[in-house]
Design a binder for this molecule. Structure first.
Ligand code: SF4
Length: 451
């Protein structure tokens, strides 16, 4: 049996080959490859960086779908459908909108692939592919070592992605993680993570734990970090700011080789944080105090801010910019609010009749970077503001100034990464803004009707 795995891009720019040349390894597909029985021959196309050969021999095509890539995924599925090749889809969007995804796939995997993917393959071989595969989330320990051989020949960023668990205990209004993981976590066996790292081809590369919130379960996190200490690795990950309340955690985190952490700061306004259901961000220490403390443990910071919640005057934007530069943050994401399906935010906007598109992620009229809902504020102003903030934060002057935080540039590896990432983001600011999702030249064939 021949299986083709596909990771769709967000979209294509007319006249240009790809939207972005630098890409991270797609870990979920390497995990899927690991779950696939040995007698299946796997091919893999990463639509973000190469052309898909639709005529490559395949018995079954598996496409991983995220909300931003849904339109493109359905276009790709349509091309294979024209050739009579069945499609199975999974990924986070398939869990958020299984009925929609069903319209474009012969089978949909809802939730985690572990425990059902083997059935998909067996059923396909027996000519009995079902329309939907779903199993309750396994909140016990799981064990999966990704098959990274699918990355061979592709020029990904030299950062190794791995996973210790999924889910997060919080319930931020705009976040869809808790829809699937019910404010709980799944954990990988720590021995399995250690074994995986020991067997990596390039263990000296920077490792990136892609967990939604690696410190969500602090006791598990401590146990994991203790096990990482002897491995002498360097890693980064994502967490929430409450990690600063636990000094023991911070110490062991640093000892385990943590170089930096992504934290969703979202807003400097307590009222806005409350609206987001993220008041815990400012509940004990002020943002500046929390940052100082994290820096004092030698950890770099990647902060993200969200605009579009109501307090987005030009003065507030300047305040955020100054805050990020003055606190010499390693890198910052300035994003505006996007309602993802299944989130409380989406449901509220829908109930208030404020959504501008029935499904913005499928609309031909939606453009990347647009605010797809009615807000009392000037939408163009908010969109332009994020662009302005990125441009200013990644100006050469700011990049050089933020180097005066010695933590940002300590050690050759992180000094290199500081320059590479900051200069790449400087080049990338606004690059994708206003581009349509999907390929404007490709059509979508729904399983039931044409759209
Ligand atoms: S802390 Fe982060 S991962 Fe957790 S619910 Fe909030 S936004 Fe989502």
């Amino acid at each position: 049996m021949k299986l083709t795995l596909i990771l769709p891009s967000v979209g294509k720019i007319e006249g240009e080959k790809y939207i972005r040349a630098w890409q991270m390894e797609p870990l979920p597909l390497a995990q899927l490859a690991a779950l696939t029985p040995d007698d299946v021959t796997i091919s893999f196309f990463d639509d973000r960086m190469e052309s898909i050969d639709y005529d490559h021999p395949a018995d079954l095509v598996a496409i991983s779908v995220e909300t931003y890539t849904a339109r493109r995924a359905y276009q790709i599925a349509s091309e294979f459908r024209r050739r009579g090749i069945p499609i199975v889809m999974g990924g986070f969007h398939a869990s958020l909108c299984p009925d929609e995804v069903s319209d474009y796939a012969d089978a949909v995997v809802v939730g985690e692939a572990e425990g059902v993917w083997e059935d998909v393959i067996a059923d396909f071989k027996n000519g009995q592919l079902k329309e939907r595969y779903q199993k309750a989330i396994n909140f016990g320990e799981y064990d999966i070592i990704p098959d990274r051989s699918i990355y061979e020949g592709k020029n990904y960023l030299k950062i190794t992605l791995l996973e210790a668990g999924r889910g997060c205990k919080f319930r931020c209004e705009f976040c869809s993680i808790h829809n699937v993981f019910q404010q709980r976590h799944t954990h990988r066996k720590i021995t399995s993570i250690v074994n995986e790292i020991r067997k990596l081809k390039n263990p000296k590369r920077l490792l990136f734990f892609v967990d939604d919130n690696i410190c969500s379960d602090k006791e598990y996190a401590k146990e994991l970090f203790r096990a990482l200490v002897p491995l002498n690795i360097k890693w980064v990950g994502q967490a929430d700011i409450t990690m600063v309340r636990d000094e023991e955690l911070m110490v062991i985190m640093r000892k385990s080789g943590c170089q930096g952490i992504l934290i969703g700061m979202e807003s400097l306004d307590k009222e806005v944080l409350k609206k987001m259901n993220k008041a815990f961000n400012a509940s004990r220490l002020s943002p500046a105090e929390a940052i100082k403390k994290i820096h004092s443990f030698g950890l770099r910071l990647y902060l993200t801010f969200l605009f579009g919640y109501g307090n987005d005057s030009p003065e507030y934007a300047e305040k955020v910019l100054r805050f990020c530069i003055d606190n010499k943050i390693f890198m910052v994401g300035f994003n505006h609010l996007t309602p993802f399906p299944g989130t409380e935010l989406y449901n509220t906007l829908e109930a208030e009749n404020r959504l501008l598109f029935e499904k913005w992620w499928l609309s031909e009229d939606y453009r990347y970077g647009m605010i797809p809902f009615e807000t009392p504020q000037d939408k163009t102003m908010i969109e332009e503001q994020s662009k302005y903030l990125r441009k200013s934060f990644y100006s050469l002057r700011s990049i050089l100034y933020r180097m005066s935080n010695w933590i940002n540039i300590k050690g050759w590896m992180m000094l290199n990464i500081y320059f590479i990432i900051n200069l790449m983001l400087r080049k990338d600011t606004g690059q994708r803004m206003r581009f349509p999702l999907g390929d404007p030249n490709q059509t979508i064939i729904c399983r039931k009707s044409k759209v």
